[in-house]
Design a protein around this ligand. Structure first.
Ligand SMILES: NC(=O)C1=CN([C@@H]2O[C@H](COP(=O)(O)OP(=O)(O)OC[C@H]3O[C@@H](n4cnc5c(N)ncnc54)[C@H](OP(=O)(O)O)[C@@H]3O)[C@@H](O)[C@H]2O)C=CC1
Ligand SMILES: CC(C)(CO)C(=O)C(=O)O
Length: 322
């Protein structure tokens, strides 16, 4: 098995780095300064109380790789970049190799299944950050992440077992799940907080706003007949495998959404997180005003260049009556 990681940023870096450090053959797909840095100097991983350095092959496009039936692809781009990445993979000749969507949100797998037959979901619990080109930080230990892996839309097969085995050898805690989308919907509920924290920073209003978004989302999912599994702090695997911890010399820029805003990435994932709840609500004739507002707020922050934490608490509290 050769593992191709498409999108070596925070999560792609941690996954590719952990696998490479364990001796697994890895090829990364990256772009810009990150590609240059990975090619010239390799990847540095910084964790709580440790630093590791590793090297693996990196290319700019899947078409630079001579794909074989033994390849497995892990997609680690943000949801808004999935369509372009899938198009690249198709142009490169990917066919029935397993394709794992190691991303937040629940829309990536469906988009992938339109083009490819062998699609798998992968829930990612791994608080990570792209710091500078050629370096990523992981704010948790003792394992670098907890993953649920399974075939989309359901079931599990040998590819899930094989990748879970490789990830476990790479200091992750990986679990094969026959209903991986239940786990991914559970993770979606957690990620509804991303834009709240990106807008307001941490605090009581953020907590209340996130809870309002989650309460609304639970109603929407229930009405749409969609089940979920709790993968939050109550999940006993977190205590055993992965607790949050600071990384010396690296300030945490918040969730992946705040990270995109902080580094001026030009796009954020909110339409695939809170926007997904608004979409499911609209498809089922249910109002989802809190998540609809939060998706629009994310778009406004991007449009107006509002920095993380700089949205007026009074405005949010007034609009949502909190
Ligand atoms: N960060 C975290 O703590 C967590 C993130 N996640 C999820 O993981 C997924 C990835 O997030 P994260 O790692 O934070 O995001 P990052 O932006 O750090 O990483 C994504 C990387 O993919 C690159 N990329 C995008 N499209 C392409 C392409 N076509 N070819 C090559 N490279 C490409 C981006 O480049 P560029 O910078 O140029 O856009 C970037 O380097 C998201 O769904 C996120 O929600 C899940 C759990 C935790
Ligand atoms: C782990 C968590 C909830 C926060 O880092 C995340 O998924 C994200 O940043 O998108």
């Amino acid at each position: 098995m050769r593992v191709i990681v498409h999108g070596v940023g925070a999560i792609g870096g941690v996954i590719a780095g952990g696998l490479a450090l364990s001796g697994q053959e890895v090829v990364g797909i990256a772009r810009g300064a990150q590609l240059e840095a990975l090619r010239s100097g390799g990847l540095t991983l910084r964790g709580p109380g440790w630093v590791e350095h590793t090297r693996f092959d990196c290319v700019a496009d899947p078409s630079d790789i001579a794909l074989t039936p033994e390849d497995v692809v892990i997609l680690t781009v943000k949801g808004q970049d999935t369509a372009a990445a899938l198009g690249q993979l198709r142009a490169a000749g990917l066919s029935d190799q397993p394709l794992f969507c190691a991303q937040n949100g629940v829309a990536n797998e469906r988009a992938a299944l339109r083009l490819f037959p062998n699609v798998h979901g992968m829930t990612v619990m791994s608080p990570s950050q792209f710091t500078v080109p050629g370096e990523v930080a992981i704010f948790a230990g003792p394992r670098m992440g907890i993953f649920d892996l399974g075939r989309y839309p359901g079931g599990a097969d040998a590819a899930d077992e094989a990748l879970a085995g490789a990830l476990n050898r790479g200091n992750f805690a990986a679990f094969v799940a026959t209903d991986v989308m239940a786990s991914k919907y559970g993770k979606l509920l957690l990620n509804l907080r991303n834009i709240c924290e990106a807008a307001l920073g941490d605090g009581d209003l953020t907590d209340r706003l996130a809870e309002a978004a989650r309460a609304e989302a639970r109603q929407v999912l229930q009405a749409a007949g969609i089940g979920w599994q709790d993968v939050g702090l109550a999940d006993p695997r977190r205590k055993e495998f992965m607790q949050m911890a600071p990384v010396e010399g690296v300030g945490r820029a918040g969730t992946s959404t705040a990270q995109s805003l902080a580094r001026g990435a030009g796009s954020i994932e909110t339409d695939y997180l809170n926007g997904e709840i608004a979409l499911i609500g609209r498809l089922n004739g249910i109002e989802a005003p809190v998540n609809g507002y939060l998706a629009a707020l994310g778009a406004r922050m991007l449009r107006e260049g509002i920095a993380p934490g700089a949205v007026s608490p009074g405005e949010v509290a007034a609009v949502l009556g909190l």
